[in-house]
Design a protein around this ligand. Structure first.
Ligand code: G4P
Length: 530
C-alpha cells in the first residue's frame, strides 16, 4: 500500500474511540449522553437528546414508534470530535425499546461506560448488559451518578460492583460529601479537588484546589473534608490502583463520581475515553485476524432497522467498519451471498451535521440502505472470504406461542416469521409438530413483530404466553448422547431458525436438574450468527 495511505489509515484508526453507555433505566444514560455531546460541540442546547427520548417514550403505540424511526436511526450513532479524537457513541436502547439490538450494539463497541445510580447501586439491567460486555472482555469505565442526591456510601457501592459484577474497582475520583452537602470530588491520580457547583452551563470548568492536605479544603468544607481524607487513605490501601493493562483486559474498571445533570464529573469520563479507552482493535474474522489499519475495507452488520416505509421493505443495516476505508459509491464483496454490492449513499453519523461524510474508517459505523440482502452478522470485504465472529444470538427470556386467527394463512405466517427472524427482530423456534415459538429479550419485540406481520405479510397473529423460563443451545458430545437426550427430552426440544437444537427450560430449577443429568451436553446461553 502507498505510504501516504498507510500513514493516513494508521492516524485515523489511532484517533477513533467507539463506545456505548450501559445503564439500568433512569440511572442517567440520556443525561450523560447529552452532556458528552455538549462537550463534543455536537449539540448546542441542553435538552436536545432529552426531547428525543420523551418523543420516543410518550407513547407505547407501535405505529407512533414507527413514525419515530427516522429519529431513532439518526440517534442510534452519534459521532463527534473531541481533542483530536473522533468519538462514536452507539446508543444502547433501554426501557421499552430494550431488545436484542441492545445486546448486539455492544458487539460493535470497543469500550463501554457504565452508569450507576448512586442511590440504587447495581441494578438488573446493568448486570445483563455487563454480562454481554464480558463476552468480548470489553473495557468498562464506571460513572457513579446523582451524587447531588442522598446516596449510598461510596465503599458500599464499590463493594457491590466488585462482588455482583465481578470486576475490580479502581477509584479515580472520590466524592466529598453527598446530597445537599456534595462538595466535589478529589482526583486520586492528579492529587487535586474539583469543586462542585450546581448548574447546567456548558463546559463549566470546575474550580480546582491542589493537594489533599491543602488548608483551603479545611476552610471551605470543614464538615466533609476529614471524612474524605480518611476514606481516600483507606481506598488507596484497600482498593486496586488504576492499571491501564487491567482496564484494557476488562478486569478492572476506573470509577468516577459525579452528577451528570449538573455537568459535574462528565469531562473526566470523556478524558478517560480519550486517554485510556482503546482505539479499534484487531478482530477475529474466522480465517484470520483483521487489523484495523489494513488497506482493504472490511466490516460486519450488527443491527438491522426497518425503515420508514415498511411496504418497500427498505432497511438500514448498521455496519461497523473493521479495516480500511469506506468511500461513498464503492463496491464491496458480500461474502455470504457471494456477490458484489455497491455502497451508495450510506448514512454516516456526524452528530452536528456539519458535513456529510464521504468516508469512514475502522471504528466508524455506516448505515447501508438495502432491501433485505443484508442480515445481522454479514461480512463485507473487498473480495476476501472473511467472516467476523462474535455477534451472538442471546438466549431469550420472554416467550410467546404464535397462533393464527385465520388458519389458512399458515404459509404467510411461516414466511413472515422466518424473514423477521433472519432480520433479527425476534427469535423463532419450531417445536415438534411444527408449532412456532417466539423468543425475545424485550417485550416491545413482540409488538413490533405483530404489527409488521399485519402490515407487511397480511397476517393476523395472536401471541400467547408460553410457560418457558429460558432457552439453551445444545451441543452434544456424540451421537449416542444426542439420541438419548432427544428421546428423553423430546417435549422440551425445539429447533432454531437455522435448525440448531435448543432446550426449552420450564424453570431455572428445571434447567439445573437437566444440566446435572447430562453432564457431557453443553447448554449454551449464546449462539453465533452464521
Ligand atoms: P436514563 O436515560 O438512564 O433512563 O436516565 P435519564 O438521563 O433520563 O435520567 C433519569 C432521571 O434522573 C431524570 O429525571 C434525570 O433528570 C435525572 N438525573 C440524571 N442525572 C442526574 C443527576 O446527576 N442528579 C440528579 N439529581 N438527577 C439526575 P426525571 O425526573 O425522570 O426526568 P426530568 O424530569 O428531569 O426530565
Amino acid at each position: 500500500m502507498g505510504e501516504a495511505l498507510a500513514e493516513r489509515l494508521a492516524q485515523e484508526v489511532t484517533r477513533r474511540r467507539t463506545f456505548g453507555i450501559i445503564a439500568h433505566p433512569d440511572a442517567g444514560k440520556t443525561t450523560l449522553t447529552e452532556k458528552l455531546l455538549l462537550f463534543g460541540g455536537a449539540i448546542q442546547l441542553a435538552g436536545t437528546v432529552k426531547a428525543r427520548k420523551s418523543a420516543r417514550h410518550a407513547t407505547s403505540d407501535w405505529m407512533e414508534v414507527e413514525k419515530q424511526r427516522g429519529i431513532s436511526v439518526t440517534s442510534s450513532v452519534m459521532q463527534f470530535e473531541y481533542d483530536g479524537c473522533v468519538v462514536n457513541l452507539l446508543d444502547t436502547p433501554g426501557h421499552q425499546d430494550f431488545s436484542e439490538d441492545t445486546y448486539r450494539v455492544l458487539t460493535a463497541v470497543d469500550c463501554a461506560v457504565m452508569v450507576i445510580d448512586a442511590a440504587k447501586g447495581v441494578e438488573a439491567q446493568t448486570i445483563k448488559l455487563l454480562e454481554v460486555c464480558r463476552l468480548r472482555d470489553t473495557p468498562i469505565i464506571t460513572f457513579i451518578n446523582k451524587m447531588d442526591r442522598e446516596v449510598r456510601e461510596p465503599f458500599e457501592l464499590l463493594d457491590e460492583i466488585e462482588s455482583v459484577l465481578k470486576i475490580d474497582c479502581a477509584p479515580i475520583t472520590w466524592p466529598i460529601g453527598s446530597g445537599k452537602a456534595f462538595r466535589g470530588v478529589y482526583h486520586l491520580l492528579h492529587d487535586r479537588t474539583l469543586v462542585f457547583r450546581p448548574g447546567e452551563e456548558k463546559r463549566v470548568a470546575a474550580e480546582v484546589i491542589a493537594g489533599i492536605a491543602n488548608p483551603e479544603l479545611d476552610a471551605r468544607f470543614p464538615a466533609e473534608v476529614g471524612a474524605m481524607r480518611e476514606a481516600v487513605a483507606l481506598a488507596r490501601e484497600a482498593l486496586s490502583p488504576f492499571s491501564l493493562g487491567e482496564f484494557l483486559a476488562g478486569r478492572q474498571t476506573p470509577v468516577f463520581f459525579g452528577s451528570a445533570i449538573n455537568n459535574f464529573g462528565v469531562q473526566e469520563v470523556l478524558r478517560a475515553l480519550i486517554d485510556w479507552a482503546p482505539p479499534p482493535q484487531p478482530r477475529d474474522a474466522g480465517v484470520r485476524l483483521v487489523l484495523p489499519s489494513e488497506e482493504k475495507f472490511s466490516g460486519f452488520v450488527f443491527k438491522i432497522q426497518a425503515n420508514m416505509d415498511p411496504k418497500h421493505r427498505d432497511r438500514i443495516a448498521f455496519f461497523r467498519v473493521c479495516s480500511g476505508r469506506y468511500s461513498n459509491g464503492m463496491k464491496a464483496w458480500h461474502v455470504r451471498a457471494g456477490r458484489e454490492m455497491r455502497l451508495a449513499n450510506a448514512i454516516t453519523f456526524m452528530a452536528n451535521e456539519r458535513a456529510i461524510q464521504e468516508e469512514a474508517f475502522a471504528g466508524d459505523i455506516i448505515g447501508i440502505h438495502n432491501h433485505g440482502q443484508l442480515q445481522i452478522g454479514d461480512t463485507l470485504t473487498e473480495g476476501e472470504k472473511l467472516g467476523f465472529t462474535g455477534i451472538p444470538y442471546f438466549a431469550p427470556e420472554l416467550f410467546r406461542m404464535a397462533r393464527l386467527r385465520d388458519p389458512l394463512k399458515a404459509k404467510q405466517l411461516h414466511k413472515g416469521l422466518k424473514e423477521l427472524g433472519e432480520e433479527g427482530a425476534i427469535q423463532v423456534f419450531e417445536l415438534e409438530g411444527g408449532q412456532l415459538l417466539l423468543g425475545a429479550v424485550g417485550v416491545l419485540q413482540f409488538e413490533i413483530v405483530a404489527e409488521r406481520l399485519r402490515s407487511e405479510y397480511g397476517v393476523e397473529a395472536i401471541f400467547e404466553p408460553a410457560e418457558i423460563h429460558t432457552a439453551r443451545w445444545l451441543v452434544y458430545p456424540d451421537e449416542a448422547t444426542r439420541a438419548r437426550f432427544e428421546r428423553e427430552q423430546a417435549l422440551r426440544l425445539a429447533r432454531d431458525i437455522d435448525g440448531n437444537p435448543v432446550y426449552l427450560a420450564s424453570s431455572r430449577y428445571n434447567l439445573e436438574v437437566t444440566m446435572e443429568k447430562y453432564p457431557t451436553v453443553q447448554f449454551r446461553a449464546t449462539r453465533e450468527h452464521r
